[in-house]
Design a protein. Structure first.
Length: 313
């Protein structure tokens, strides 16, 4: 009996002004070729972006709206952020499509945009209609969404610059968001484990990395800079990395040489062992040029701007 095709795992990159979609379910390494390309509406400057698994629609945020388009650039719907902000910098709205493709989650850094309180909004992905929304007690510059693999919850990390970072969790229940804010102002959310049983954070002051149980946030392992063989006065944990597999995480450290040249290095931590870090060659061009996929592979960026997929097996 023939096997059913694997479900699509779609990621997007903005390359040459267009939103390119890639299917990670395709078993390949090397530079990935887009399976679909979407043209934004003329005049739109894309900030955040995602695409539907069936590749019929892409969604993106600008400083002023969230927009749904076809591959040809035909606008399906537009949800405008009112009033229009005259602030050009310091606020980057972000979006994420739910695992079932029905809900578009949008973080609006409205405080920095001069619109009022920050908002987290759930839209109908088909029409752009507001399903539910909540005001956040943050003054964020931007936010990163992480979808729980069970499909019932979304995590949002709001970066508030020097004031820290706020981590939220929400589920959509009818016409309301059931919202939880984790009790930290000094931890940045980095990644969810592949099975959703845990998550990874980095200290906002970059002194350590921690692993937590989901959903309660109880820390199970914390590694300070010294655990990687570095001096904490000269080396810092970067806000990047993630789960290479369910039992392995990649941590990024950064620092400067005596000549004030910046350097970065990646380390692998096997969670089934004593947690001793070992060097990891990610083939990355900079500290943030690394996106672990949880299946033993990871992405960097090729010179063309398209993602490259790597495996150490």
């Amino acid at each position: 009996m023939a096997q059913s095709p694997s479900p699509a795992r779609i990621i997007t990159r903005l390359v040459d002004g267009r939103v390119h979609a890639y299917d990670l379910a395709v078993d390949t390494t090397g530079v990935l070729a887009p399976v679909m390309t979407f043209r934004p509406v003329d005049g739109d400057d894309v900030v955040g972006h995602t695409a539907a698994a069936d590749l019929r629609r892409a969604y993106y945020t600008t400083l002023h709206a969230v927009v749904c388009v076809t591959p040809e650039g035909t606008e399906v719907w537009r949800s405008v952020f009112e009033p229009r902000s005259e602030q050009r910098y310091g606020h980057r709205p972000s979006c994420a499509l739910s695992t079932d493709g029905r809900t578009m989650w949008v973080y609006r850094p409205d405080a920095m945009a001069g619109r009022g309180p920050d908002r987290w909004v759930a839209l109908d992905a088909g029409t752009g209609a507001v399903l539910a929304e909540a005001e956040l007690e943050t003054v964020g510059h931007g936010g990163e969404h992480l979808l729980h693999p069970a499909g019932d919850a979304v995590l949002l990390d709001v970066g508030e610059g020097q004031d820290g970072s706020a981590i939220h969790r929400a589920t959509l229940t009818g016409d309301r968001l059931d919202l939880v804010r984790y009790p930290w102002i000094d931890r940045c959310l980095i990644a969810l484990s592949p099975d959703g049983s845990g998550f990874m954070t980095v200290d906002h002051d970059q002194g350590d990395v921690s692993l937590h149980t989901y959903p309660d946030g109880r820390p199970t392992l914390t590694l300070r800079v010294e655990a990687f063989g570095h001096d904490s006065d000269e080396t810092f944990v970067e806000w990047s990395g993630g789960y290479l597999t369910q039992d392995t995480v990649v941590v990024t450290l950064v620092g400067e040489t005596e000549d004030e040249e910046e350097w970065f290095s990646h380390y692998r931590v096997d969670l089934r062992s004593d947690g001793t870090p070992t060097p990891f060659d990610a083939h990355a061009e900079h500290a943030y040029d690394l996106h672990p996929l949880g299946d033993g592979t990871w992405l960097t960026t090729s010179p063309s701007g398209h993602p490259s997929r790597w495996s150490d097996s």
